[in-house]
Each structure stands twice: as structure tokens, then as C-alpha cells.
Design a protein around this ligand. Structure first.
Ligand code: ATP
Ligand code: MG
Length: 391
């Protein structure tokens, strides 16, 4: 038996003439994720409809749940736009709710997109509600705390559904350019990447790896996080930069208390070069204002100079609790808290600067003479790509 999904695209409705572009991008991501699965997708009057055979519905559920640009979706029943037909289908769904013991309290929510339909939304809700109560006298209408809701939409046809799943919302992948995420193994940066991915950005990631000071386990962790993020956008390329030589040079040539900021500056500089090579429009970091010494507004002011493209910091105003909750929700938290050290903790000074004087620091940066070392690191970048995993 076939399943028909009704898909509600997110903010697409706001996009006027660009609408088609947004819909095409959304379909392209769905195509990539469902490659090899026979299904049919169409666009009609503000909704998308996806038809697939029952055995593939778990796969489709996962795809729709993980794809940006979808505000909600539901397996639905399509029928003639005709009051008696609607009543019949409503009773069939009601019977299912009753036999599955989904609760006695219900309400009907109707939406009439086709204004030529003879009943108003209110009248549709009343008609179907009354029919359900007549057939199943134990049911009670409860507009405020229903156990289940019967949704009805009158469009090119009538559509009825009960299991209204929430999507990720946001914008379809590929509608907001490309961003290069500075991905450490920590809690914050994966969340930052996720948020920008949901805003429609294609994400690539860069990880600064410092063997032998950081082990393979730390790299594995970043790879797992990359794979997690690839579930949202469909794929993700990770650039691994060998960073030990840079860190050692900063330690040996510079002022100890400045080393954290100098490392950050070097990361920004390398990342913005890689971003240019990859035609990325911006960098993305997991910085949150005041969280650590390198994230005071003064420190950010200094490190920001080292990128010649915009640096997006989606977590800048979020507190740690919020970030941790989000990390749990998107499934990166458990990976991030694995104990393997990242490169920064090993070289961090006991008293890092919190209010750097930018002109002094800039001079000290020049004195470090890192250009050749940074170039070498960029030449030795190692790349790998992660893809969406089917169920
Ligand atoms: P996170 O939890 O993302 O590691 P954090 O709270 O540990 O953040 P910092 O270590 O100061 O903060 O890092 C700030 C940001 O710099 C990170 O969010 C990340 O974007 C970037 N960053 C730090 N270390 C690395 C690294 N080894 N590779 C790539 N990016 C890094
Ligand atoms: Mg960190």
C-alpha cells in the first residue's frame, strides 16, 4: 500500500518570486537523501506531496525529519473535495484513533485554501466533529487539551491527517550559500554548524589537529560530529589541518599569556584562506560572548581581524545551558563530552589575556613571523567527505 505524505515547506511562503528556487533546493536535498528509493514528489498549491510504498516510510520519515526547510509533515489521506467524502475519511481516521486508544479528547482543525468550497473552515470542523461524536459516542470535543487533533485541508483535493510531525524548519540546504565551520571536538561548534545548516547553508568544516599532542581519538570525535552534521545537509567535507607546528612556534617564539589568542588568530587566518579556496562565503565559530578568555568582546575584536570574510557566531548570545540542551537535542552532546583533549587545552597558559591591547598584540603577531608555517599547514590539509546515512 502506498503512503502519501503532505509536506509543509517552512518559510518558503514568504519568498515571493524566489519560491520556485527554494522548492527546487528542498526537492534536491530530499532526492539526495532518498537516492535509490522509488518515490514520487509533486508541488501543488503551497504544499509538497510525496508518495512512497509503505516499506519505505521509515526512511521517508527520517529524511523529512532531518531536512531543513520543512516546517511539518504528515502521512495523509487524500480524497474528493466533497463533504460526504470528508466525513467518511474522518470516520475511518476516528476509528483508527479509537482502536489505538489514542484518548477520548479530540478536536478538528480545518483549513480551507480553496475558497470556492461551500463550507467555511468552522463549518467543516463542526460537521466532522459532530459526525465523529455520533459514530463514537465516547469521544469528547476538547479545544484546549485534546489527546489528538484531526487536521483537514481543502486544497486541490481534501486532505486529512492526525500525526502532524514537526520538521527542522529553517530554509532548504543550498539557499544560503556556503559556510566553513571551525569544528573542534567541543560542545559549542557542532551546535553552531547545525544552526547555520538549518538556515540553508551548505556546511564544510575545518579541524585543527595537533598530532602528536592530540591523538587519533580526538580526530575520530570530530569525524563523528561531521557525520552528525551531514545528516542535516546531506553531505559535509571536513578539512583536517596539521596544526602542531603552528602551536609549537607560537609557544616558542611568543608571550605565554598571549598564546591562546595567537592560536585563535592563526586558525582564523588559515580558515579564511581555505574558505576562499572552497568558495565559502563566511566562517562559522561556536564562540559565545564571555564564555572563556578568548571570547571576551576585546578578544573577539582581535581574532576577528584575521579573517577577510564575515565570521558568523550563531551562539554569541546563548548561554551554556541553552547550548548544551540544543546539543542533546541534535545528538552531538554525547560525542562532544568524550574525554579526548583538543589542541587548545594542551598549550593553554594559566592566565590567558582577557582584555588584549590590539595594537600591542598585532605587533607581537608580526614578530611571530608565522607566514611560511601557516602556508605549509594549508598545503598539508587532508580532506574527507561524510554523507547522509539511510536508516
Ligand atoms: P567548542 O565547544 O566549540 O570547542 P569552546 O567553548 O571550547 O568551543 P574555544 O575552545 O575557545 O571554545 O573555541 C572557540 C571556537 O574556536 C570553537 O567554537 C570553534 O569554532 C573554534 N575552534 C577551537 N578549537 C578548534 C580546533 N581545534 N579546530 C577547529 N576549530 C576550533
Ligand atoms: Mg573547545
Amino acid at each position: 500500500m502506498g503512503v502519501l505524505y503532505l509536506i509543509k515547506p517552512g518559510e518558503l511562503t514568504l519568498k515571493g518570486k524566489n519560491r520556485k528556487f527554494f522548492e527546487d533546493r528542498l526537492q534536491a536535498t530530499i532526492h539526495r537523501k532518498l537516492e535509490g528509493i522509488p518515490y514520487k514528489i509533486t508541488n501543488r498549491s503551497g504544499r509538497m506531496y510525496l508518495e512512497v510504498e509503505e516499506p519505505f516510510s521509515t526512511e521517508v520519515d527520517r529524511c523529512l525529519r532531518t531536512t531543513p526547510g520543512i516546517s511539518g509533515f504528515a502521512p495523509t489521506i487524500g480524497c474528493e473535495k466533497e463533504p460526504t467524502q470528508l466525513v467518511q475519511e474522518a470516520l475511518a481516521l476516528g476509528r483508527r484513533m479509537v482502536s489505538q486508544r489514542r484518548g477520548k479528547r479530540f478536536k478538528v482543525e480545518a483549513r480551507r485554501e480553496d475558497k470556492t468550497f461551500p463550507l467555511t473552515s468552522y463549518e467543516i470542523a463542526c460537521t466532522l466533529g459532530a459526525a465523529l461524536q455520533k459514530e463514537f459516542p465516547e469521544l469528547i470535543v476538547d479545544l484546549y487539551h485534546p489527546d489528538w487533533v484531526l487536521y483537514v485541508e481543502i486544497r486541490d483535493r481534501g486532505y486529512l491527517y492526525v500525526d502532524n510531525e514537526r520538521g527542522l524548519r529553517g530554509l532548504p540546504t543550498g539557499t544560503s550559500g556556503r559556510g566553513l565551520l571551525l569544528l573542534s571536538g567541543g560542545i559549542d561548534s557542532p551546535v553552531a554548524g547545525f544552526l547555520m545548516g538549518v538556515r540553508g547553508m551548505v556546511i564544510e568544516a575545518v579541524y585543527f589537529h595537533s598530532p602528536p599532542y592530540t591523538g587519533e581519538q580526538a580526530l575520530k570525535k570530530v569525524e563523528s560530529l561531521s557525520e552528525c552534521l551531514a545528516q542535516v545537509t546531506g553531505y559535509l567535507t571536513l578539512h583536517v589541518v596539521p596544526f602542531a607546528e603552528v602551536q609549537v612556534a607560537i609557544r616558542d617564539r611568543g608571550v605565554l599569556d598571549e598564546s591562546t589568542l595567537m592560536n585563535r588568530a592563526a586558525m582564523m587566518k588559515i580558515a579564511s584562506k581555505i574558505a576562499r579556496q572552497r568558495q565559502a562565503h563566511c566562517l562559522i565559530t561556536g564562540e559565545s560572548l564571555g564564555q572563556v578568555a578568548s571570547q571576551t568582546i576585546e578578544s573577539i575584536g582581535f581574532t576577528n581581524r584575521f579573517s577577510d570574510i564575515p565570521v558568523l557566531r550563531p551562539l554569541i548570545g546563548m548561554d551554556k545551558e541553552w547550548i548544551m540542551e540544543k546539543a542533546r537535542e541534535i545528538g552531538t552532546y554525547e560525542i562532544s563530552i568524550l574525554p579526548y583533549e583538543d589542541c587548545c587545552s594542551l598549550f593553554s597558559p594559566p592566565h590567558p589575556l582577557t582584555r588584549p591591547n590590539p595594537s600591542i598584540l598585532q605587533r607581537h603577531w608580526e614578530d611571530l613571523m608565522l607566514n611560511d608555517i601557516l602556508e605549509r599547514a594549508i598545503e598539508r590539509v587532508d580532506r574527507r567527505t561524510f554523507r547522509y546515512r539511510k536508516v
